[in-house]
Design a protein around this ligand. Structure first.
Ligand code: NAG
Ligand code: NAG
Ligand code: NAG
Ligand code: NAG
Ligand code: NAG
Ligand code: NAG
Ligand code: NAG
Length: 908
């Protein structure tokens, strides 16, 4: 018996991927089961399906060529929304769902039609999804700009699957090379072209050569690079896949290490092909000798209405720690507020045996919800037989059309069951999705595996009531159909122990993107508190307006129609003579069918972790896939002992956050507190003009045109994106990120095992013969606290710095005490051993060292070129330090300084 438990534990520990991971398989050089999902808001149009097939078919042969006969696409699944008419040729999805799709076809909401990939990890790490718009799929005019769809697919696939980055840079389109020439940011440098700018007069515009701006040494603004269609140059897919002769990635030989692009910054100046060659996909694939590959096959799958059965543990241990009451309270929230209308819901309870409490009931309105609520369990006794519960759940789910494919089970248990693995085979074959909720510190270790086998969510709630963990877990179980308009969105979730005659007071902001179906739920542990709630117009709600339920210890207020936008103030007072936990949960749904609601989502870098490797917390805040910037995001991580760790997440392009301002908020997590399960939750808050929607990064290059046989061919102008007036006002969200399991944490105080995280945003400038460096401070433990000191190196040779940091010339930086992680650092010095002359390019690297002497990885290599304007030019304008240099700042690694050596110029 014991052995089984250990085996299961080992298996659990080996599963390190996240449940939202891709389901793609790579078998004998071929990708199988790529999921392409169409958003339910897109009007039915069979051309989309035809064009997806054509795109994937073209992508397959282009991919084979670009990977030098290693990889192609064998099969894909197209998920068709249930808003489209049904068709007998459409199959039924099993565990495939919109939120696990590799490619999403959805409306862009605020930005144009550019294809992009959501990347959040570092170099070589997989991304989350590729987003293509319906217009991109249907309108052949956009192909002029981005190239054929199959090629764009391979460009984005390289982001998604192999973790390479773009080789162009919209923010820094040009730089001064080592040879003192202005170059377009690109790969390879061998790809020539023309630099042109429009001069417009009364009789229209004409293109002329770009002039070098005498103060910056760069081309005037609005200058564009038109690459040649050069039959001799086949690189690079990450630069210009639209150019007909391009069918390869930049490799070690052709790579342009100088270009100030994301690829160089994040991959340490490695070429895209070298990174791709290091990917597990390529390592698993020997080049094919027979390149006559079959075209990909497609399965068309259409969603059915959601079928979900709650499978709830009512064994004896559920009577401890008030668990059965909390189960009732949280599952009641799920049934009354969370589960979408149109879903069919069943209830099963289990202890030593399982029992159907309710067959499937289709939810149309509150009547069915009330009916189901009556059937939720209130008493607990007996043993724990998880497989019996799961089998009963399947039996209920089968009732609609005798199949469990694509149906869901929400399995909650607090107990151990040595026989849990006995139904793994059945579970795998069922095609059903099992979401698991582990309650308390004894819940079976095999639970996560049930979720992993089926692509379900893994959730955990401790016995600590004021963490609100169980209600949040149930709130996190959303349908995977991609229909955010139907989803229940958690606005607030808070709970605190309140002393006698004290109150829990605060405000909840309802923003304009939500407001329908709004519930305020007050929970307590002994006696109803005195409740006061005031809407933004001053209308008051008190105990009498709330519907209270003594069994679930909760009071609910439903706001009819659309709730008032603004701050709702609440005051919950404990009128008892003993302390009790009071909580408030607020949920709502989208208000306007045409405006996607703001949503927050959170996840860890892995589901399991072995100490001492640090973990990474991510949270994305989006509105209709557009990133939302500038908001305050806080993660709450709760270990089994209930001692919550609070961690502010940042989108600052430092520490764990690879890209600044992409709406992905990140932080390293190193404060481990014991072994076992941890629960993750985030709170998102935006005050007035903080929150802004923006345009995603990692998008395909907009090509303004190209030069063929000496003739410049222009493309349609870049679609204008209006990003004024995207202020989102005040809003708040909470989101549950599910559970992860940590092992190998020693008891007692933790030794300092975490080195400072790598500095990724080092920038260099030369001003008045002084070098000025800026970066974001890293920490003592990853990105927390203060590092002890820095080690700064410089070199005239970037390769020397990359290959061996210690080879660089040390610069005395001991006068600078490292600031706290996340703050802006700046250091200036006059180089001693390098003569600065016009055209000198100097490279810099930085290492942070912690108290225990542990060193960070060397930073990105920052580059500064010295430009001295020609003396013949009109008197150079005096430039205040940083002035014009700032205008060319972007997110790349290389920053070309502006230097106006007025004195020198006069002397010459
Ligand atoms: C929200 O409710 C209003 C009426 O109260 C309705 O007109 C609107 O369509 C609803 N929004 C959504 C997304 O269903
Ligand atoms: C947004 O929140 C701030 C700070 O709480 C408050 O001063 C402001 O009035 C709020 N704005 C609106 C439009 O409610
Ligand atoms: C450019 O020249 C090549 C070879 O000389 C020829 O094949 C191609 O058709 C020409 N392209 C155009 C647009 O004239
Ligand atoms: C680094 O320095 C060592 C010894 O000084 C030398 O042998 C080596 O070639 C240098 N490496 C590079 C990349 O310059
Ligand atoms: C570095 O500079 C500090 C003063 O800023 C000085 O005290 C120290 O001696 C210098 N170290 C070296 C190795 O020159
Ligand atoms: C960390 O840096 C901050 C400045 O960012 C400073 O105020 C603080 O004293 C430093 N703490 C330590 C322990 O050096
Ligand atoms: C510095 O170099 C640039 C580019 O080579 C050139 O245009 C400029 O005239 C030079 N400045 C001086 C003072 O020679």
């Amino acid at each position: 018996m014991k052995k089984v438990g250990i085996l299961v534990l080992l298996c659990v520990l080996q599963v390190t991927h996240s449940s939202r991971d891709s389901l793609v398989k790579l078998i004998n050089n071929g990708y199988e089961d790529i999921i392409i999902a169409i958003n339910p808001k897109i009007p039915e149009n069979s051309n989309i399906i035809d064009n997806i097939k054509k795109m994937v078919t073209d992508a397959s042969s282009y991919m084979l060529q670009a990977t030098e006969n290693r990889l192609y696409i064998r099969s894909a699944k197209i998920l068709i929304p249930n808003t489209w008419s049904s068709n007998s040729i459409y199959g039924r999805p099993k565990t495939e769902s919109y939120d696990k799709a590799d490619i999403i076809i959805a409306d862009p909401f605020i930005y144009g039609d550019f294809p992009y990939t959501l990347q959040y990890g570092g170099c070589g790490e997989r991304g989350k999804y590729i987003h293509l718009t319906p217009n991109f799929m249907l309108n052949d005019k956009v192909l002029r700009i981005y190239g054929p769809r199959g090629r764009v697919f391979v460009h984005e696939w390289a982001h998604l699957r192999w973790g390479v980055f773009d080789e162009y840079n919209d923010d820094i389109p040009f730089y001064i090379s080592k040879l003192g020439k202005v170059e377009a940011t690109r790969c390879p440098l061998a790809l020539g072209g023309l630099n042109k700018v429009d001069i417009c007069g009364a009789r229209g515009c004409k293109k002329v050569d770009c002039q070098v701006d005498l103060t910056t040494g760069l081309f005037e603004s609005d200058c564009a690079f038109y690459p040649n269609v050069d039959r001799e140059v086949h690189e690079s897919v990450m630069y210009g896949q639209a150019l007909e002769p391009v069918h390869a990635f930049c490799n070690a030989k052709s790579h342009n290490k100088e270009a100030p692009n994301q690829q160089n910054r994040l991959c340490n100046q490695k070429s895209t092909w070298e990174v791709i060659m290091d990917s597990p996909d390529i390592k698993a694939s020997v080049p094919l000798t027979d390149t006559n590959i079959p075209g990909p096959t497609f399965a068309l799958l259409q969603y059915k209405d959601r079928v979900v059965t709650l499978v709830l543990d009512v064994s004896g241990s559920m009577s401890q720690f008030d668990r059965i009451t909390r189960l009732y309270q949280a599952s009641e929230v799920y049934i009354m507020q969370i589960v979408e209308s149109g879903s069919s819901v069943g209830i099963v309870t289990f202890s030593s045996d399982a029992k159907i409490e309710s067959e499937l009931v289709k939810i149309v309105d509150t009547f069915q919800r009330e009916k189901l609520k009556q059937l939720l369990p209130k008493v607990a006794n007996g043993g724990t037989n998880i497989c019996a519960g799961v089998r009963k759940g399947f039996e209920v789910n089968k009732k609609t059309d005798s199949s469990t494919y694509g149906t869901e089970i929400v399995l909650l248990t607090d107990g151990e069951d040595t026989a849990i693995s006995s139904c793994f085979e059945e579970v795998k074959a069922s095609g059903a999705i099992i979401h698991t909720i582990a309650l308390g510190d004894k819940a079976d270790k095999g639970l996560e595996q049930l979720a992993d086998l089926t692509g379900g969510l893994k959730l955990f709630a401790s016995d600590k009531v004021d963490a609100n963990g169980l209600i949040d877990s149930f709130s996190g179980i959303q349908s995977g159909s991609g229909d955010v308009l139907q989803q229940s969105i958690q606005i607030e979730s808070t709970a605190t122990t309140i002393q006698p005659n004290k109150c829990l007071a605060g405000k909840v902001t309802i923003d304009s993107t939500v407001g329908n179906d709004t519930f305020f739920l007050v929970t307590w542990s002994y006696i109803i508190p005195s409740i006061e709630l005031k809407d933004p117009k001053g209308k008051e709600y008190k105990n009498a307006q709330f519907v209270s339920d003594i069994v679930s210890k909760s009071s609910r207020l439903t706001i009819p129609g659309t709730a008032e936008v603004g701050d709702w103030e609440y005051n919950l007072c404990n009128t008892q003579s003993v302390e009790q936990v009071l909580g408030l949960t607020v949920n709502s749904r989208a208000a306007n069918p045409d405006v996607p609601p703001i949503v927050a989502e959170t996840y860890m870098n892995a589901d399991t972790n072995i100490f001492p490797s640090p973990m990474i917390v991510y949270a994305t805040v989006t509105q209709g896939l557009a990133p939302v910037l500038g908001v305050k995001v806080t993660a709450f991580i709760e270990p089994q002992n209930g001692k919550v760790i609070t961690l502010p997440l940042l989108d600052n392009g430092a520490g764990a956050d690879i890209i600044k301002n992409d709406g992905i908020y990140t932080r390293f997590f190193t404060d481990f507190n014991g072994n076992g399960r941890y629960n993750l939750k985030v709170h998102v808050q935006s005050q007035d003009s903080d929150g802004k929607a923006n345009i995603p990064k990692s998008r395909a290059l907009y090509l303004p045109g190209y030069v063929e046989n000496g003739t410049l061919v222009e493309n349609p102008p870049k679609p204008k994106v209006t990003i004024d007036d995207l202020n989102l006002g005040n809003f708040s969200r909470t989101s549950s990120g599910g559970a992860f399991v940590v092992s190998n944490v020693p008891s007692g105080p933790l030794p300092d095992l975490f080195k400072p995280s790598r500095i990724m945003d080092l920038k260099a400038f030369i001003q008045d013969l002084k070098v000025r460096l800026t970066w974001t401070a890293t920490g003592d433990d990853a990105d927390k606290g203060n590092a002890s000191r820095y080690d700064l190196r410089m070199s005239l040779n970037s390769e020397a710095l990359v290959e061996n940091f210690d080879n660089g010339t040390a610069v005395n930086i001991s006068s600078l005490a490292p600031a706290i992680a996340g703050s802006a650092e700046e250091f200036s010095f006059t180089p001693q051993d390098i003569a600065l002359k016009n055209g000198t390019v100097i490279y810099f690297g930085l290492v942070a060292i912690d108290e225990a002497g542990q060193k960070s990885e060397p930073s990105n290599v920052a580059r500064a070129a010295l430009f001295i304007p020609t003396p013949a030019a009109k008197p150079a304008p005096t430039v205040k330090p940083g002035n014009s240099a700032n205008s060319i700042l972007g997110s790349g690694n290389t920053f070309i300084l502006t230097l106006v050596l007025t004195i020198l110029a006069y002397h010459l």
